[in-house]
Design a protein around this ligand. Sequence first.
Ligand code: PLP
Length: 393
Amino acid sequence: MLHTVGAFSRIGEENAFAVLARATELARQGRDIINLGIGQPDFRTPEHIVEAAIKALRDGHHGYTPANGILPLREAVAADLHKRFGATVDPDLVLIVPGGKVTMFMAILMFGEPGAEILYPDPGFPIYRSMIEFTGATPIPVPIREENGFAFSAEETLSLITPRTRLLIVNSPANPTGGVTPKEEIDKLVAGLARFPDVAIMSDEIYAQMTYDGLEHRTLLAYPEIRDRLILLDGWSKTYAMTGWRMGYSIWPKPLYDNARKLAVNSYSCVNASAQFAGLAALTGPQDAVHEMVAEFDRRRKVVTEGLNALPNVSAAVPKGAFYAFPNISRTGWKAKKLASALLEEAGVATIGGPDFGVHGEGFIRLSYANSTENIRKALARMGEFLDSHRPA
Ligand code: PLP
């Protein structure tokens, strides 16, 4: 009998991958499936980025790199953050990691232990809670409410901080809701955090470049008063349609940086060398493809919201960021996960039930509009027919 450590009885995962597997299986059986489940852009990585990776390999960049990433890339990250936000970032505090997820993995490992509390958004990216539980820390959900436009509330967040709180995770623009927290609310949060100097903050800004209606992304890097305890999570996956490359970065406060670098040395050594050159080309090359992709998401966002609001007993807030719609389906009488499952099995539309993102996700399903307008319209029509002809299970 093998005995793994108890923590593995508490680790979770992302149901989006299970839905993807099921959707793929149904498609393999010949079913016509429209996948609005998975959160990845349906665009190709821009050609100049792909070419940079190929060139890097041809030029002989196929060995290990420094564990924290090649210097030109760390410098490019710092320059990009300066260009976008006017933020001053030391390239020596930039860590190149294999995907956005790795930063949350490291940050939660660094602060989570039995007796510690970690605050995280609910509904929110499922790995936050999974990793908090893995470490034995107590997960404290910060409810993200529809009536608040799916922004987090500074007051409610601050009210949940206790002497045991070690880390606060925030995410805007947000998965799964598409919510964007306004600048004033972030100002309020940061002002309130002055009362809790021992609480670290991890800001997941992986959707920073995906905001709509002229709304500007407000980065937590803009607040010098918390820079000594701020971990910034960002990466290439969403912005440059690079989910499969596994490219992310984090900015760490100086006292934490070496811990993070050592976690890299102890696990993956360094990020794939050619992918780092691709990341460099992404940041330093033309940004047209990013703007075109976001403009296309913007058009689809309107199609999906209008279509959802025309469905019986469904209402959907207009997403302000990312590429997700999070319609309220509670008035249909369906439980969210049952509805998501029935839509996949019977209507051939893959979505994710809100509870897969936390208990506060009940009553909602998530649709990713990273799919063609034609498919989105077809999926909405199928959902309408399904809701008209099926009683809640
Ligand atoms: N953070 C959020 C909020 C996400 O939605 C995702 C991916 O869906 C990630 C982080 C992880 O990104 P990556 O695929 O680069 O690990």
